[in-house]
Design a protein around this ligand. Structure first.
Ligand SMILES: [Zn+2]
Length: 286
């Protein structure tokens, strides 16, 4: 049945999903299912229910990817997320700032990302998945040691929209605990900041209330090159570089599947943007 699911997903051209030719329901499969569900106006559960299965056999034309939380650009004509969150867009000496963010890690790719960032004296923000932190506590420590920001991206990459308060508390609280456990003595007041990036960028009003009650700030992004779909290294770096502006928040991935293209694209992005005198800062909300 899972192999048939792979075939159906692969036959939906605009998903960009390649049939992996095995019978595992991987994180990548789940993401493709979520992307498909969003495109069909279904609840993005990541689980193949009857409606999803039927539409996979005979899909409707894709809806534009919904942005359930208003993007900063739509809000009062703001420049981008940085302005909305009161983040600086230029350094004091006048260099434009880019905020690189990495979701779904840590993973076996995180060290390569950290090495590249270090080469450019770049700081970034990692929105980590709790169960990944439990698998890769050393990588989490390396992120903190190198002075990056760590944010919360749920425990197992569940959609936070439409879930109960209990489930929400589990997703966020269990991830907090995983971070504290992994960080150990590196855990400080400053790096315990409560930044939440909901998986798939999805949160409904209820989830936003729960997040606020826990003292979390929601941090989305401006530029999404969809690197997790592996469109090619060049496509990822080109997309980022052609959508850059001072204060831009860029979404990339250091987990959730094969991140080889993301790492290679990051090398290009760092090199090109540092040639344009960009400074790479981590997110620290005022
Ligand atoms: Zn994610």
């Amino acid at each position: 049945l899972v192999q048939e699911l792979h075939r159906r997903l692969a036959s939906v051209g605009w998903l960009g999903y390649k049939d992996p030719d095995h019978d595992l329901y991987t994180e990548e499969t789940r993401k493709a299912v979520v992307a498909f569900q969003l495109s069909q106006g279904l609840h993005p559960s990541g689980e193949v229910d009857e409606a999803t299965w039927e539409l996979l056999g005979d899909p409707n034309p894709p809806l534009a990817t919904p942005t359930p939380l208003p993007s900063a650009i739509d809000v009062m004509g703001m420049e981008g997320l940085a302005e909305l969150l009161n983040l600086p867009t230029y350094t004091e000496d006048g260099r434009p700032i880019v905020y690189l963010t990495f979701d779904d890690g840590p993973s076996e790719y995180t060290q390569q990302v950290l090495d590249l960032l270090a080469r450019y004296d770049a700081r970034a923000t990692f929105f980590v998945v709790g169960e990944q932190v439990e698998f890769f506590p050393g990588a989490l420590r390396m992120e903190l040691q190198a002075g990056h920001t760590v944010g919360n991206h749920s425990y197992d990459h569940a959609s936070l929209a439409g879930i109960s308060q209990e489930a929400f508390l589990f997703q966020i609280g269990q991830t907090e605990q995983a971070i504290v456990n992994a960080a150990g003595d590196l855990s400080t007041h400053e790096n315990n900041a409560r930044y939440l990036r909901p998986p798939y960028g999805l949160a409904d009003d209820t989830a936003l209330l729960y997040a606020a009650a826990l003292g979390y700030d929601i941090v989305l992004w401006d530029v999404d090159p969809q690197d997790w779909r592996r469109p090619g290294t060049r496509a990822i770096s080109d997309y980022i570089l052609s959508n850059i502006f001072p204060g831009v928040v860029v979404l990339m991935h250091d987990g959730g599947g094969d991140c080889t293209q993301s790492v290679q694209a990051l090398a290009t992005v760092l090199s090109e943007l540092s040639a344009q005198h960009y400074a790479f800062h981590r997110i620290v909300l005022p």
